[in-house]
Design a protein around this ligand. Structure first.
Ligand SMILES: [Fe+2]
Length: 390
């Protein structure tokens, strides 16, 4: 029996309609800065939220956070928060919106700008503004985590700023907010949640609570994601809960090699985070299993499968059924980019993978398992995308 110390938002609400609790949750706030995704204005969500904010409220920042939460988007929120004297930040959106707003809520009173924290010359040293997060996608778990994943276009890097003070004060996971999520985004996000649950389960940092959460999350996600992507609302509710539990698990343990590799590959080729995770999962989980036989047996049983092999085969079928590509061929993965990927994948996530990989093993996996079977294959079938923020 090990020791563990768990840390979460002071309140986590789950269930359909829980977003209507906002007026009560914000009643002691004077000026709430509202950050939403691009679709919130068109689908009426922004107005609905504004009606729940305390008077006088603050004009919302809708759609100002670009994909992958670039530091410029965070700076935009920081400047608005300081100029308006906000005393709280409410983020309602996908992972990038929540991560950008989360970082800004901490930086606004902390001083400096985002690059200072991203590049390490400043640290989040104290409590930020009161911060409430409500996801509109089911997958990232950012509403309960102590980190914000940000990107920098200039250095082509994507990494977390982290610390206890980044944990949201309140997380509201209202599955109804995910009902209008497009199918491809639902598939990407759900695949992210599955990878997070499984990586947390086999993490060397796992503990009894994190394993319980990860097993329940994996069961919910694997059995409901396909129907959720097809639009089934009861399945979307199950996936939203699976995503929350996945976040509550990995926020205590860290992740693994899929996430270590997904960040440099995602930013290099402009691939959505969850899709990169889904593609990498097929190869990385098999490499892990080759080194640690039976590694995923517990996850397999929680999802109704006999053993690790059957489980990984089922994940392959789930990827196929939800439109996750089998490899990176269509994204233009190139051998000449391997040094960039290798240099930038040795993150905290990679350190927490249950086994280690040499550079040569990663190169071999990228070539054989990710769509580069022969020299030149997949090169430039599509122009290499720049930073997704462009
Ligand atoms: Fe992730």
């Amino acid at each position: 029996m090990g020791t563990y110390s768990l840390i979460y938002p002071r309140r986590i609400l789950f269930g359909c309609g829980t977003i209507s609790e906002l007026p009560k949750l914000l009643e002691n706030r004077r000026k709430v800065l509202l950050i939403t995704g691009k679709s919130a204005r068109g689908n009426g969500l922004q107005n609905r939220l504004l009606n729940m904010l305390p008077e006088p409220g603050i004009a919302p920042l809708c759609g100002i956070v670009a994909d992958e939460a670039p530091i410029e988007s965070v700076d935009h929120i920081v400047s608005a928060g300081r100029a308006t004297g906000a005393d709280a930040v409410l983020a309602v959106g996908g992972g990038s919106v929540i991560d950008a707003a989360k970082a800004a809520a901490a930086i606004i009173p902390g001083g400096g700008m985002t690059a200072d924290y991203f590049h390490g010359s400043a640290k989040i040293a104290g409590k930020g503004l009161f911060f409430v997060a409500a996801p509109t996608t089911a997958g990232t778990g950012s509403e309960v985590t102590a980190n914000a994943v940000l990107s920098d276009k200039k250095s082509m890097t994507k990494k977390s700023i982290r610390g206890e003070y980044l944990i949201p004060d309140i997380a509201i996971v209202d599955p109804e907010l995910t009902f209008s999520c497009p199918a491809s985004l639902a598939a990407d996000s759900g695949m992210d949640a599955i990878v997070q649950a499984v990586e947390s389960l086999v993490s060397p940092e796992s503990n009894a609570p994190s394993r319980s959460l990860a097993l329940k999350a994996a069961g919910l996600l694997v059995s409901h994601l396909e129907r959720a992507v097809a639009g089934d609302r009861s399945a979307k509710i199950a996936v939203a809960e699976g995503s929350l539990l996945s976040g509550m698990s990995f926020s205590q343990t860290g992740l693994g090699a899929v996430h270590g590799l997904a960040h440099p590959i995602g930013i290099k080729y402009g691939i959505p985070h969850g899709r990169a995770c889904g593609i990498l999962m097929r190869s990385v989980f098999r490499m892990n299993l080759a080194k640690i036989p039976g590694l995923y047996d517990e996850a397999a049983k929680a999802c109704g499968f006999r053993d690790s092999t059957e489980f990984l085969d089922a994940l392959d079928r789930l990827c196929d059924a939800t439109g996750i590509p089998a490899n990176f061929a269509d994204f233009g993965l190139r051998r000449e980019d391997f040094p960039f990927i290798l240099k930038n994948c040795r993150s905290r996530s990679m350190e927490r993978n249950p086994c280690s990989f040499s550079d040569g093993e990663i190169e071999e996996m990228l070539e054989k398992g990710c769509g580069m079977h022969d020299t030149g294959y997949a090169v430039q079938r599509r122009p290499v995308l720049g930073c997704p923020t462009e």
